[in-house]
Ligand binder design. Structure first.
Ligand code: ZN
Length: 452
């Protein structure tokens, strides 16, 4: 019981568990590490297949070992078919003087993703249907793609488009659409049990920061942090292209899906909006409740969005034949924000502090899953005498500084009939989960509580 004598704030009591040990102190550095990773990944020409995606995974592999699965072109995955693999070396549009008015070398957003190869000369009017811009945001280059319908085109700022003079333009795209494969990457952190927590993030967007480099970075640094820690659950980090990637992974791993107890999609986590939790399809799974108590305690400004079958890959995991309990942690408000899928989603939109907060909150949610459980009060007839056991508030002691910690002891003793979980008690008491879990651990050490 010696640890009870240590003065501690409720925050620190919450961090006394091994998963969160040093996490708060590490968060600032992790935020910077995520930004550094994002800077390395930003220039790579990612897509749903191809060398840009593989180069991204190779960079992640330097921090966390990844197991790659190459799914060949033409493979049927549920109702979908893996498309040809796309690679690109250059793409530009030049006017009659040879001046390049749009060039993939300046930004990989300038070419329509999955553009077929082309080398042709057209009038501006003939070209216009292939030029994508955002008149409402004349300085932004949109991110557009055409994965499942062969096409080619360029994306450019509307201000540049409006300044193009009538005349003939040469359009060159040196790309290749050929049989190849789609690359899935997994990092498995083995726990004491084979029950898994799935952490998913999409990997297919080119030079865009919040969507999707922030999710990749937060997931990768979470995996790195867990590596040297003992956990109850096994953690499967899945890095895959949006939609077809999660569908392909589920199709290839269908017999193993039953191992997944909880899941979290991470995406759009680097901007300055408050954290937002999007509930799973059922809305009352343990992951939903763990996220709710975490946000309630640590982020009173955070919001919750109900499930909807639109958004990121949580909607694939929620389909009626799959129905995995997967929520999403994000900072993207419902309906998104105007910078999404445009060149304005750059490093000015994200900060190390926001990334650090997202990283720490994700870890806190996982910590609730790790520590939740059911217990039985071994002295259920009348309250047990706590004073002699060092569990009753004394002058100058631990509980005087943190009265909630004393309340947590009474709540745990009162509710632990073998049925209520620590999460149930947290919800009912309104206390921090960390205090409830700490009280359970102290009462167990005092011989007053046992796992149910
Ligand atoms: Zn997106």
């Amino acid at each position: 019981m010696a640890d009870l004598e240590h003065a501690a704030t409720s925050e620190r009591a919450d961090d006394s568990h091994r998963l969160l040990v040093d996490a708060e102190a590490a968060a600032g550095a992790e935020g910077e590490a995520i930004l550094g990773l994002m800077r390395d990944l930003y220039p790579l020409p990612r897509s749903i297949t191809g060398p840009g995606l593989r180069a991204t995974l190779a960079r992640l592999h330097r921090d966390i070992p990844l197991q790659l699965t190459e799914v060949p072109t033409g493979t049927r995955v549920f109702d979908w078919t893996i498309p040809p693999e796309w690679s690109i070396s250059e793409a530009w549009l030049a006017d009659e003087t040879g001046r390049r008015v749009v060039d993939f070398a300046d930004s990989n957003l300038h070419v329509l993703g999955y553009s077929a190869p082309v080398d042709t000369t057209l009038s501006l009017e003939e070209l216009r249907p292939r030029l994508h811009s955002l008149p409402a945001w004349p300085d932004r280059v949109p991110f557009r793609s055409s994965y499942y319908h062969e096409d080619w085109g360029f994306c450019l700022a509307d201000r540049v488009l409006q300044a193009l003079k009538p005349g003939r333009y040469r359009a060159v795209i040196r790309s290749r659409l050929a049989p190849g494969s789609l690359t899935l990457a997994e990092h498995l952190h083995p726990g004491r049990t084979a029950d898994e927590v799935l952490i998913f993030t999409h990997t297919c967007h080119p030079s865009l920061c919040n969507d999707n480099l922030s999710g990749i970075g937060v997931a990768a640094r979470l995996a790195a942090f867990l590596r040297n820690r003992e956990t109850r659950y096994s953690y499967r980090f899945l890095f895959a292209p949006a939609t077809i990637g999660s569908i392909a992974w589920m199709a290839l791993n269908e017999p193993q899906l039953a191992r997944i107890r909880h899941g979290l999609v991470l995406g759009m986590l680097g901007d300055d909006r408050p954290l937002l939790y999007k509930a799973s399809r059922a809305g009352n799974n343990e992951i939903d409740r763990a996220a709710r108590v975490t946000l309630r305690s640590h982020h009173p400004d955070a919001g919750e969005a109900p499930y909807s079958p639109w958004g990121l890959d949580e909607r694939q995991f929620a389909t009626p034949g799959i129905r995995l309990p997967v929520g999403r942690l994000t900072r993207s408000p419902p309906g998104g924000r105007s910078e999404e899928h445009t060149s304005a989603d750059d490093f000015s939109l994200v900060s190390g502090a926001a990334l650090a907060g997202s990283w720490l909150t994700s870890l806190r949610i996982l910590d609730v899953l790790e520590r939740n459980g059911r217990y039985r009060n071994l002295q259920p007839k009348g309250e047990p005498q706590l004073g002699p056991r060092g569990l009753y508030r004394r002058g100058g002691g631990y509980y005087e500084a943190v009265p909630d910690a004393q309340l947590a002891v009474f709540w745990v003793l009162n509710q632990c009939d073998g049925e209520a979980s620590l999460l149930d008690i947290t919800e009912r008491s309104g206390l921090f989960f960390g205090l409830v879990a700490r009280a359970a651990s102290d009462l167990q050490a005092a011989g007053l509580l046992a796992p149910a």
